[in-house]
Design a protein around this ligand. Structure first.
Ligand SMILES: NC(=O)c1ccc[n+]([C@@H]2O[C@H](COP(=O)([O-])OP(=O)(O)OC[C@H]3O[C@@H](n4cnc5c(N)ncnc54)[C@H](OP(=O)(O)O)[C@@H]3O)[C@@H](O)[C@H]2O)c1
Length: 332
């Protein structure tokens, strides 16, 4: 396993990170023994970053991660989040403090390595949609700083979802250590300049801007929630209905779009689309760790093997531009 620096935190994280969310679902819907053995195997494979959140399975993911890691006592890093609900917007500091206390209990630890604001960011606060404003982010960060002084968190970050302009403002302010960026073959705009008329939200190379601000970058939606496997079938542990983030109109549309990358398999650059997607994410050197939502041991083994094959070859990358140029608009 290769390791990369998580921006200004100075932490070294495995290039493949373990997504403990509801989409892959192992840590939410899996069998307890299976969770323990898969996490132990991940650690053996060299994975040292595990990403969870209070909202994943309504606390279940954090509780399961806490239980397993308490038993294994490995030297790994855990990131979790704070999701502000509409009612929390009037007293963000209190909501952040309460959420972190809950996470510490469920994770069975005294200090959180990385605490991240989970909400998308907009130009204005939109409580009904869970969107926070740039000022709200600053307020949450001030509370994270307070928690750091109390020894309860080490570093803090944000989620790079929402309005691109608002996200660019947060990144430019330079107060967050990390950012989770949606980055995949279907919508690579957080790390690649795409052709004019590209049909999805343009994240304006957010990854590059964040890297210039010395932020650590955590890649999310690397497999477009599973659509980049090229199959619409879902694992029993996985979330059965996945809503795309900044890509097609629905999961089926994303699966169809994933098939545009089949040439990478046919021309033997990779053995399957999952390999293409994982290796594409880590081709971007500014991505510190690329999270993959894991449903079972086989998916973990495969993800690790693919990540160990390293970035995609330059000839394959050159061909991608043509696919992005041919992307059709989203049908309503
Ligand atoms: N901050 C945020 O707002 C945010 C948002 C999204 C994600 N995240 C983080 O990112 C993590 C990853 O989740 P994601 O939503 O981005 O999903 P993802 O990693 O893009 O996709 C996960 C899905 O890919 C499929 N998959 C994984 N390995 C595979 C393999 N070897 N072969 C075939 N299919 C495979 C699985 O689907 P099947 O099992 O059904 O095949 C799994 O459910 C989350 O756990 C979370 O930690 C954070």
């Amino acid at each position: 396993m290769k390791y990369r620096r998580l921006g200004r935190t100075g932490l070294e994280v495995s290039v493949l990170g373990f997504g403990c969310g509801a989409v892959g679902g192992l840590l939410v819907r899996g069998d307890r023994r299976e969770m323990a053995s898969v996490l132990a195997r991940a650690i053996e494979l060299g994975i040292n970053y595990f990403d969870t959140a209070p909202s994943y399975g309504d606390g279940l993911s954090e509780s399961n991660v806490g239980l397993v890691l308490e038993e294994l006592k490995p030297d790994v890093l855990v990131g979790t989040k704070v999701l502000l609900m509409a009612k929390d917007m009037e007293d963000i500091e209190r909501a952040v403090l309460e959420s972190v206390e809950g996470s510490l209990k469920r994770l069975r630890c005294d200090r959180i390595d990385l605490i991240q604001l989970h909400n998308p960011v907009g130009s204005q606060r939109q409580p009904d949609q869970g969107r926070v404003s740039v000022d709200d982010v600053e307020l949450a960060i001030r509370t994270f700083q307070k928690l750091q002084r109390q020894g309860k968190v080490r570093f803090w970050g944000i989620t790079g979802l929402g309005d691109t302009a608002a996200l660019q403002r947060v990144v430019a302010a330079g107060h967050a250590d990390t950012i989770q960026c949606c980055f995949n073959l279907i919508n690579p705009t957080a790390g690649v300049q795409t052709p004019a008329g590209f049909p999805f939200q343009n994240y304006g190379q957010l990854i590059d801007h964040a890297a210039r601000s010395q932020m650590g970058i955590i890649g999310i939606r690397v497999l477009a929630g599973g659509a980049l496997s090229g199959s619409a079938a879902r694992h029993p542990n996985a979330l059965q209905i996945v809503k795309p983030i900044a890509s097609g109109r629905d999961f089926t549309d994303d699966v169809e779009r994933a098939c545009h990358f089949n040439f990478l398999v046919e021309e033997r650059y990779v053995s399957d689309l999952v390999e293409a997607a994982i290796r594409f994410a880590i081709t971007k050197v500014e991505v510190s760790t690329a999270l993959v939502g894991i449903s079972d041991l086989a998916q973990l083994e495969q993800a690790a093997e693919y990540a160990n094959r390293g970035p995609l070859p330059p000839e394959a990358l050159r061909r991608l531009n043509k696919v992005w140029m041919d992307q059709t608009p989203i049908k309503s």
